[in-house]
Design a protein around this ligand. Structure first.
Ligand code: NAD
Ligand code: UGA
Length: 461
């Protein structure tokens, strides 16, 4: 029976996942450790570093009881009988595989640290999303550093989505656990199964080989992203044929073989994972000599880039071919609602495009601080940090963002946008008052009655 869990990485996955494991297993001590002292300090306050509905309530119930956040990684490793690796695995920005392969240096560091510090047997669990066969590298590092302790490596990818993390963790469609099909491997799979079985019905806990588990995670994300690119590709066709994307999505989604979820056309998908995981899949296919498969998945990303670019270009074309010196209000910066995460958000690329055309952008997002927005833009390196701050203004009042604007662009589907006094916003805008709904969340008919000129994804008006 597992008595002590250590999770390396207190991010969007490590924090919420461990909070729920601790909540549901009061007899297991759960230590979440991280090299980022600021993040750990925040986990120990009520201002958590991750915004997720319901997360604070879960953390408060378990924190100090059997859930602990700490910077002492070595102690966490030593005490644990099960160690989750939940560190970031971004796309490589250098060297071999640059721009495609996953950067596994943080995972490797964790494996080396475990090998160095461990004095007793451990089950090491890959929670991070990893290329298929990474467990082999981890096993090699663990077994060839002269450590006498024995290690079992499991793959237990996480399927939570941000904004619904707590619900997804409490009621997962499935939990996936992959391991070696040896007696020791199967025993380790069973140990981890028992941790989840405290609240997840057994029939939802899928046990597989290591490689199937690793590959299933990349595949799941590729399929999900592919659905969005598929519907977004049709949105472009709708705009020139008078078909309506929401009607088309509904009509096809009622076919139970297709299903209705994940068919919402948008300004383009964002988030830390879809793009990086597909690029990683593409890299793997090339590495294993499967260029046709690589090209197939690459198109999902190409279409997504096109969708973001198309949205920004549409704003420029509609505003009489220039936004130079014009105030454009952007509502939303997060990559989806109910999160403060902005990684790969479509907002960054739309803003960059409009700034290239000399727009003055005013942004309002209910959860994202100005610091993150500027960090996102600066990271692109398109222009100097000073220029970014000169042409992009961040405000905490949406009405201020929209006052005297030539156009409004809805980038994130925050519920509060639907509740605004759109009449008041219209009165205070420059005319013609344009609104570009990148999420199709507003009542377009009502907006047109007020006087707005509405442009939306997959609509021909
Ligand atoms: P994150 O960047 O929010 O968190 C990772 C944390 O790991 C950071 O706080 C970092 O300081 C810490 N870290 C890095 N190296 C370390 C080391 N050597 N020792 C201790 N701490 C270290 O990342 P995330 O969003 O939580 O994602 C983690 C993994 O989970 C990724 O592989 C990602 O693909 C996967 N994933 C993410 C999501 C999601 O919704 N964000 C969902 C499923 C899977
Ligand atoms: C996604 C997956 O849904 C999770 O299962 C997975 O665990 C996670 O990636 C991961 O591996 O990181 P996440 O990126 O948090 O979760 O959020 P999603 O709900 O999948 O949304 C991703 C992007 O697609 C967002 O920008 C969202 O607005 C967009 N989207 C989603 C659409 O444009 N249309 C849709 O129909 C659905």
């Amino acid at each position: 029976m597992v008595k002590n869990i250590c999770c390396i990485g207190a991010g969007y996955v490590g924090g919420p996942t461990m909070a729920v494991i601790a909540l549901k297993n009061p007899n297991i001590k759960v230590n979440v450790v991280d090299i980022n002292a600021e993040r750990i300090a925040a986990w120990n306050t009520d201002e958590l570093p991750v915004y997720e509905p319901g997360l604070l309530e879960v953390v408060k119930q378990a924190r100090g009881r059997n859930l602990f956040f700490d910077t002492d990684i070595e102690k966490g490793i030593r005490e644990a009988d099960m160690i989750f690796i939940s560190v970031n695995t971004p796309t490589k920005t250098y060297g071999l595989g640059k721009g495609r392969a996953a950067d596994l240096r943080y995972v490797e560091l964790c494996a080396r640290q475990i090998a160095e510090v461990a004095t007793t047997d451990k089950i090491v669990v890959e929670k991070s999303t990893l290329p298929v066969r990474t467990a082999q590298a981890i096993k090699t590092i663990l077994s060839e550093t002269g450590n006498k302790a024995r290690f079992q490596v499991l793959s237990n990818p996480e399927f939570l989505a941000e904004g619904t993390a707590i619900k997804d963790l409490l009621e997962p469609d499935r939990v996936l656990i992959g391991g070696d099909q040896t007696p020791e491997g199967l025993a380790a799979i069973e140990e981890l199964t028992q941790v989840y079985a405290s609240w997840v019905p057994r029939e939802r806990i899928i046990q597989t080989r290591l490689w199937s588990s690793e590959l299933s995670k990349l595949t799941a994300n590729a399929f999900l992203a592919q659905r969005i690119s598929s519907i977004n590709s049709i949105s472009a066709l709708c705009e020139v044929t008078d078909a309506d994307i929401d009607e088309v999505a509904y009509a096809i989604g009622t076919d139970s073989r297709i299903g209705s979820k994940f068919l919402k056309a948008s300004v383009g998908f964002g988030g830390s994972c879809f793009q990086k995981d597909i690029l990683n899949l593409v890299y793997l296919c090339e590495f294993f000599g499967l260029p046709e498969v690589a090209r197939y998945w690459e198109q999902v990303i190409a279409l997504n880039d096109y969708q973001k670019r198309r949205f920004a270009q549409n704003i420029i074309h509609t505003l009489f071919n220039t936004v130079s010196g014009k105030k454009i209000a952007m509502l939303g910066w997060a990559f989806k609602k109910d999160t403060n995460d902005t990684r790969e958000s479509a907002a960054i690329y739309v803003a960059d495009h409009l700034l290239n055309d000399m727009a003055n952008i005013w942004v309002y997002d209910p959860k994202v601080p100005a610091k993150s927005m500027f960090a996102d833009l600066d990271y692109l390196g398109t222009r100097s940090p000073e220029e970014n701050r000169k042409h992009l203004t961040v405000v905490t009042d949406p009405y201020e963002a929209c006052r005297d604007a030539h156009a409004i662009a809805i980038i994130t589907e925050w519920d509060e946008f639907k509740t605004y006094d759109w009449q008041r916003i219209y009165v205070n805008m420059k005319k013609p008052a344009f609104i570009f709904d990148g999420r199709n969340i507003l009542d377009h008919k009502k907006l047109m009655e007020i006087g707005f000129k509405v442009k939306a994804i997959g609509k021909s008006y």
